[in-house]
Design a protein around this ligand. Structure first.
Ligand code: DOR
Ligand code: ZN
Length: 401
């Protein structure tokens, strides 16, 4: 199985050149100018080829909430957005607290065959907030990240024990920073307090801590202080909606909430200065009815690249190479996969994008079951034309129309 993509601008974290890329048996086999190989060929003149994206924060809702999204619709949404790997959260029904659920999800993902996935196990059994004994049974060759995302871990001692267990099993603790007792008083204080707590515990234990959807300027400040102090066990992500929307223009319900302009500017600054490790969507599909009843969250897979490209690269804040670091290379590193860079021997997972055309978000085109987006009708640059996974075209704009 061979695929040649020709005449593209080829961009990853460390290169930006005009040329061709050749994928054989799922792996990148050659890159250069004017590769002359006879095989299936895509002419990408005028377009950009980058490593496909990897999303550290995705809710596919299976098992239990398939009416919001399932593994098939979620996978189709991912590839339409240029993603070929997703990290799945465990707030399903049942909660993912066992290898049984992990294995069922991963075999369904494989059967659908569009993306690769990592399935997180919950930090506390069934989100009890207290019992972590199930972590004993986790196969750390399959599960490398644990999280109670959707909720914070309320007890300091439970989080301490979880981090100690994570060190022992070499797993990453992905934290949704929210102190539920404080949330009714202040969403801001709630995120800030739990972020400090998690950072202190990570400093104390040495555990790998990944802070999910950082949204306040104070939380970002605590994270960058820890980074400046040399704690390279701490990483963080920001979501496209937290770098693009402020409470001046949107009150779309999401958790953590859309913050103030000062926070948006702090997130953008932290991205530019290199304190943000990755952009992750927190893709959280809900039905119209569930949104009307107050469910927090928005779909993100199909808007993440245009929103991030427009906010960060088109605006001149960072280079396209830097964006591929945030959307592909760094998540690949945290997940421990040979993806996210265009290197010989790496997986042949690439996207072909058009950077020049302004396009309005139209949720009726989404492949996700969730149409819940605050970006409806807004115009962005950066359209995904094709997504290729292991040398196979898994999404093509023309064919999906
Ligand atoms: O807005 C959110 N929605 N934040 C979360 O942490 C969970 C997510 C969901 O699962 O719907
Ligand atoms: Zn969360």
């Amino acid at each position: 199985m061979e695929l040649l993509i020709k005449n593209a601008r080829i961009v990853d974290v460390s290169q930006d050149f005009a040329g061709d890329i050749y994928i054989v048996n799922g792996k990148i086999a050659a890159m250069g100018e004017s590769l002359a190989i006879k095989c299936e060929t895509i002419d990408a003149a005028g377009k950009v080829v980058m490593p496909s994206f990897i999303d550290m924060h995705v809710h596919f809702r299976e098992p239990g909430y398939e009416y919001k999204e399932d593994i098939e619709s979620g996978s189709r949404s991912a590839v339409r957005g240029g993603y070929t790997m997703v990290n799945l959260m465990g707030n399903t029904d049942p909660v993912c607290s066992s290898m049984d659920v992990v294995n069922k999800v991963l075999s369904r993902v494989e059967q659908v065959g569009l993306v690769d996935a990592h399935q997180c196990v919950s930090i506390t059994r069934d989100f009890s907030g207290s019992d972590i004994s199930h972590l004993e049974e986790v196969d750390e060759k399959v599960v490398t990240i644990i999280t109670d995302d959707g909720k914070g871990v309320q007890s300091n001692k439970v989080m301490l024990d979880a981090m100690l267990k994570a060190v022992e099993k070499d797993m990453v603790v992905m934290a949704h920073g929210e102190d539920e007792d404080i949330t009714p008083f202040s969403f801001r204080l709630s995120e800030n307090i739990e972020t400090i707590r998690d950072i202190e515990l990570a400093k104390y234990t040495g555990a790998k801590l990944h802070m999910a959807h950082v949204s306040t300027k104070e939380a970002m400040e605590y994270i960058l202080q820890a980074k400046v102090q040399g704690y390279d066990n701490i990483t963080c992500e920001v979501a496209p909606h937290h770098i693009y929307l402020s409470s001046d223009e949107s009150n779309y319900r999401v958790n953590p909430p859309i913050r103030e302009m000062e926070d948006v500017e702090a997130m953008l600054w932290a991205v530019e200065e290199g304190y943000v490790d990755m952009i992750a969507t927190d893709h959280a599909p809900h039905t119209v009815e569930d949104k009307q009843n107050g469910a927090p969250g928005m779909v993100g897979l199909e808007t993440a690249f245009p929103v991030s490209y427009t906010a960060l690269v088109k605006s001149g804040r960072i280079s396209l190479s830097k964006l591929t670091e945030l959307m592909s290379r760094n998540p690949a590193k945290l997940l421990g996969v040979k993806k996210g860079e265009l290197k010989i021997g790496y997986d042949g997972d690439v996207v072909i994008v058009d950077l020049d055309t302004l396009k309005a978000v139209d949720s009726s085109e989404f492949h996700s079951k969730g149409k819940n987006t605050p970006f409806e009708g807004m115009e962005f640059y950066g359209e995904v034309l094709k997504t290729i996974r292991k040398g196979v075209v898994v999404y093509s704009k023309e064919e999906s129309q």
